[in-house]
Design a protein around this ligand. Structure first.
Ligand SMILES: Cc1ncc(COP(=O)(O)O)c(C=O)c1O
Length: 389
């Protein structure tokens, strides 16, 4: 069956007469017919699907989690309150005092804050590495290395790491691998099939798709799932009923939305590559992007978020370029139906290696707008830059 079939049919109510969509289930307390039933549910409370107390999951939580587990080819999934929570809750069960974790230089920025503000106080050492390291990651492993954290492609800079090579080294050494798969979504990449142990998502982006939800999802293989579920529950983490409902609903249209984001993104990226002010376009489907060959080997498509590097401009000229765009909003996040633009500065953040390219990085999230209209909007922006005094 195709992934589109799964997107339409998984996680939906069953029964002779049923609503099309899994309803919002608001529940803290579940009532049982007998003390014996209550005690059986308590005993099985860590098993997905057991209704026991709202924090452990409702019918709609379990519907979304089972759906994501299937889409990602995992043993199980845990829904949490944001994408950042998904990252931190995926790391937590695999660290303890004195251990060492390896983090790709290109991960979502706030992951670094979690390492410096929280993990460091637990005496966990976080070491950053070049995401293009491939199998040479072996040289960074220490006896106390417990986890490797990756993102594909990299946040803002879109280089594509060789997940297969890194996972193979890690598996041999007994080190857990975690990858942020938010960009590709399961429609375009299923990291567990490449040998990764855990795939995390900010469902805030494409999965829900309408810029009105915050949710995170952690999908893991059998070896890691139970530890993640228990640890996440120990923190009291959960996703809200409304966000779960909206994510399930968003998933129904993920396939067609991704097709449109992909086609429009590549069209705008190719146009940008020919503009005189543009030095390079950081889009995994374009041959110049670091890791393009790996993208071709492992992915089934490209999302609509990418960056380009343009000649340096003054702050007022940059503001004039961006502020007067008609179709691109200025705002955080991405993966919604609307198009977004933001300047990106990784020079202060990236440590291993330091970011060495000059020029202004601009990140675009290509929404469901007509791509020709987006190109016209950007072209007018470049004309403004030419005219800017
Ligand atoms: C790649 C990636 N992962 C995780 C996150 C964090 O997700 P959330 O905002 O849902 O916490 C973001 C947010 O921008 C992101 O871009």
């Amino acid at each position: 069956m195709s992934i589109n079939h799964d997107l339409l049919h998984l996680g939906r109510p069953e029964g002779p007469v049923r609503p099309v969509n899994t309803p919002i289930e608001m529940a803290s307390t579940y009532l049982f017919d007998s003390l014996a039933d209550y005690e059986a549910a308590r005993a099985a409370r860590f098993e997905p699907g057991t209704l026991n107390y709202g924090r452990y999951g409702t019918q709609s939580t379990f519907a979304l989690e089972a759906m994501m587990a299937k889409l990602e080819g995992g043993h199980g999934c845990v829904a949490v309150s944001s994408g950042l929570t998904a990252i931190t809750m995926a790391i937590m069960p695999f660290v303890s005092s004195g251990c060492h974790i390896l983090i790709a230089n290109s991960v979502y920025g706030p992951t670094r804050g979690f390492c410096s503000d929280v993990l460091s106080r637990m005496a966990v050492t976080a070491e950053y590495f070049d995401p293009m390291i491939g199998a040479d990651i072996a040289s960074l492993l220490r006896p106390e290395t417990s986890a490797i954290v990756l993102e594909t492609p990299g946040s803002g800079t879109f280089e594509v790491p060789d997940l297969r090579a890194i996972a193979a080294v890690a598996r041999k050494a007994g080190v857990v691998t975690i990858v942020d798969n938010t960009w590709a979504t399961p429609t375009y990449l299923r990291p567990l099939e490449l040998g990764l142990d855990i795939s995390v998502h900010s469902g805030t982006k494409y999965l829900s798709g309408h810029s009105d939800v915050m949710i995170g999802l952690i999908t893991a293989n059998e070896a890691c799932f139970d530890r993640i579920r228990r640890s996440t529950l120990a923190f009291g983490e959960r996703a809200s009923p409304t966000e779960i409902f909206l994510t399930l609903r968003g998933l129904r249209t993920l396939g067609v939305r991704m097709e449109r984001h992909a086609a429009s993104g590549i069209k705008v990226a190719n146009w940008l590559a020919n503009q005189k002010r543009v030095r390079s376009v950081l889009h995994p489907a374009l041959p110049d992007c670091p890791g393009h060959d790996i993208w071709k080997r492992d992915f089934d498509g490209a999302a609509g978020v990418f960056s380009f590097i343009m000649d340096p401009v003054t702050k007022p000229a940059l503001a004039d370029f961006i502020d007067k765009l008609e179709l691109f909003g200025i705002g955080l996040s991405w993966g919604g139906f609307e198009s977004l633009i933001l300047p990106v500065d990784v020079s202060a953040v990236r440590t291993a290696p330091r970011w060495s390219q000059d020029g202004q990085i601009i990140r675009l999230s290509i929404g469901l707008d007509d791509p020709d209209a987006l190109i016209t909007d950007l072209a007018a922006g470049f004309d403004r830059l030419d005219a800017f005094a």
